[in-house]
Design a protein around this ligand. Structure first.
Ligand SMILES: NC(=O)c1ccc[n+]([C@@H]2O[C@H](COP(=O)([O-])OP(=O)(O)OC[C@H]3O[C@@H](n4cnc5c(N)ncnc54)[C@H](O)[C@@H]3O)[C@@H](O)[C@H]2O)c1
Length: 561
């Protein structure tokens, strides 16, 4: 555990730095890598022998001579100081602190929305969003920053680009300046929080310049996208592929020019591969994941995690024993329509969600590949269900009490997956959620129909067409499958006068490479995983219970997940 001293003292009674910093303190504790002492008394800066890094956010100054000397000596002997928000300005009369910084910050600008652009490459800003918005006060560092300082954040400021955060070596230690902040609104930005977390980790001497080698076990339909993302994320590098099929291996060689292996064992034997992405058909996941963990690799498993909960539990235990990261590629958590739905629910603006109906499907002959063969796929539930149940359990935080499900096989005889499956979840607080997957649905239900105590949200399918010109100049129309367009989300809120107001939500931009950026952040910097394997375990617990319920004619099955 890295010991941090968070000095969060407010002179001005309007400023509660400690309360504002609560999300940062939560993030630091959640990683399990930091032990945080929060202090408001400057005298605590006089003895830092037990701490590796100081995060200071204060408008209280100057420091007394003893604290100033002790802090400066400690930094020069290897400590890390992150001077955030107004700290440097509050300590401007402290010559030794000014010497650590090598510059004086500009005057404070009142809180406004800032466009923040990381200035990389640098371990503190690698993989952050290219640009993000923070509503905060600003104290620029631009004028006369020392030549040995590295800019970390720039902001466009009145038709110029200005430095708002920097890092500078100071003897054997590290000094970091963050001129953005001042109140709770700044800490509400996820990217800014991540930046502060990284600054503290860097101040503590963590500067992993290393790259993790990644191998893909299975090079199927989805694998090229994994490979592309790995090429775009700093800190990860594709180093090998294994696939049983010669054609797939040749494809991988052509796409990425990496080493290819006939068997997964060949891939696991390569020491340059430290992380294995398991992208083989679902019934093979558990065995390959366990083999990879036994070989000392970190593992990303494609969804569904496995077909049986007992396999999941074995994988979780093996990852714990091997002290390796295990996560599941729940890639649709970042779908813009789901992100907007989740934000709406979590904001509390429509009250407490208590009823959800979700749907995927249409009327069409199922494919004749393994996806529709139950012994390999797990059945109709496990394909889209892996995403829909994951979404449901992110929206409803309560324990699942019971699951009941029915399946109908009425039309397509040439496949073993069912034509039509409906799952009902009951949560401990009485809330309910259902998921319908139907390949014989001539009429579509909305993607989501969600009711909450003070509003509701409907996600309607959009039927978008892509129009292009053919080779003979004729118009070519390509209709996207409904699942390929984000749903149109409408929020309904009673207006208190007997009517209901409707609002069509603007969807956020898709965050690029979100899963793999987080994986690199986790492996390199210990940031929390976006998809803890326990989340994916809950998904499998529900899907397995639904499978049992189907076998028992729809009887409710207790889950406790
Ligand atoms: N996250 C998503 O949105 C998403 C999207 C598509 C697929 N997937 C998942 O990805 C996985 C793969 O799906 P796909 O559509 O790419 O399948 P696919 O059949 O196209 O690819 C699987 C590949 O694995 C290879 N393979 C099978 N067994 C192997 C073994 N023991 N060793 C090495 N290679 C082996 C096959 O030759 C094939 O090339 C599935 O779990 C699927 O559910 C997830």
């Amino acid at each position: 555990m890295i010991p941090i001293l968070a000095y969060l003292s407010a002179r001005n009674p309007d400023r509660d730095h400690a309360a504002a910093a609560a999300p940062l303190l939560r993030l630091l504790r959640r990683t399990g890598a930091f032990e945080v002492d929060v202090v408001t008394d400057a005298s605590r800066l006089a003895d830092l022998s037990h701490h590796r890094v100081v995060f200071a956010a204060t408008d209280d100054g100057p420091l007394g001579a003893e604290e100033e000397q002790a802090l400066s000596d400690w930094v020069r002997q290897g400590g890390g100081l992150v001077a955030a928000h107004g700290t440097l300005a509050a300590w401007r009369e402290n010559r030794l602190i000014r010497e650590l910084a090598g510059f004086a910050p500009a005057d404070r600008v009142d809180s406004t929305e800032l466009v923040v652009r990381p200035a990389g490459p640098h371990p503190v800003v690698d993989r952050l969003d290219d640009e993000f918005f923070v509503t905060a006060e600003l104290q620029l560092a631009s004028d006369g920053i020392p030549p040995d300082a590295t800019a970390l954040l720039n902001v466009p400021w009145r038709y110029s680009s200005q430095v708002a955060a920097l890092a500078r070596p100071a003897g054997d230690g590290r000094f970091l300046y963050v001129g953005i902040g001042g109140g709770p609104a700044a800490y509400a930005s996820v990217s800014f929080l991540q930046f502060l977390y990284r600054s503290i980790a860097f101040g503590a001497g963590q500067a992993p310049a290393r790259v993790f080698g990644v191998g893909l076990a299975g090079y199927g339909a989805i694998a090229r996208d994994h490979g592309r993302q790995l090429g775009e994320v700093a800190g990860l590098e594709l180093r090998g592929v294994s696939d049983l099929a010669p054609g797939r291996r040749a494809q991988a060689e052509g796409d990425f020019g990496v080493a290819v292996h006939e068997t997964v064992d060949g891939l696991l034997a390569d020491p340059a591969v430290e992380v294995v992405v398991v992208g083989t058909p679902p019934n093979t996941h558990a065995e390959i994941v366990l083999g990879a963990l036994a070989a000392g690799k970190h593992v990303v498993c494609e969804k569904p995690f496995a077909l049986r909960l007992s396999d999941v539990d074995q994988m979780l235990a093996a990852a714990r024993a091997a002290e390796r990261t295990l996560t599941v590629y729940q890639s649709r958590r970042w779908d813009p329509d789901f992100v907007a739905l989740r934000q709406t629910v979590e904001s509390g603006s429509i009250g407490r969600a208590f009823h959800l109906e979700s749907f995927i499907g249409g009327y069409g002959h199922p494919c004749s590949y393994w996806h529709t063969h139950e012994p390999i796929s797990g059945g109709t539930i496990y394909d889209w269900g892996s995403h829909y149940i994951d979404w449901t359990l992110l929206l409803f935080k309560e324990q699942v009490a019971t699951v009941s499900a029915v399946a109908q096989d009425l039309v397509w005889r040439d496949v073993t997956n069912s034509d039509h499956v409906n799952i009902d979840l009951r949560f401990a607080d009485g809330s309910q959620a259902s998921f319908l997957h139907s390949d014989i649905a001539s009429a579509l239900k909305p993607k989501w129909y969600l009711l909450a105590t003070a509003g509701g949200v409907v996600g309607d399918w959009r039927r978008e067409s892509v129009l292009t010109r053919g080779t003979m100049d004729e118009l070519v129309e390509d209709r996207l499958a409904p699942a390929d367009s984000p749903a149109r989300l409408t929020v309904f809120r009673p207006n208190g006068e007997g009517g209901v107001a409707e609002e069509v939500l603007a969807l956020p931009r898709r965050v690029r490479n979100a899963f793999y950026r987080n994986l690199a952040d986790h492996l390199l910097l210990g940031e929390p995983l976006s998809v803890p394997p326990e989340d994916a375990r809950r998904n499998i617990a529900v899907m397995e219970a639904a499978t049992h319920s189907i076998a028992q004619g729809g009887r409710p099955v207790r889950v406790g997940a």
